[in-house]
Write a protein of this length. Structure first.
Length: 83
């Protein structure tokens, strides 16, 4: 993220309203503590998008088109294996 998207904790507390508005207008904002990224603030819309559950595996497989496969077992014997 760019430096303009990074806030020191003290600055974030002092300018919280501005931080919230910038998050809504421009996207995620990083808040640092002791020089290290600590928290990322995201808008409610972005949070909902990130946490939205996808389709579970069973539903996904059931919705797949049915395909009939013609599978035949080989009539040949097995391979010789040296033991």
């Amino acid at each position: 993220m760019a430096d303009s998207d990074t806030w020191q904790l003290q600055e974030a507390k002092a300018r919280f309203s501005e931080l919230v508005q910038k998050t809504i207008d421009e996207g995620p904002q990083v808040i640092t503590r002791r020089g290290k990224a600590s928290v990322v603030m995201v808008s409610d819309e972005e949070y909902a998008r990130l946490t939205r559950r996808g389709t579970d595996l069973v539903s996904f497989l059931r919705s797949a088109p049915r395909v009939e496969l013609a599978i035949e077992r080989s009539k040949e014997g097995g391979r010789a294996i040296a033991l």
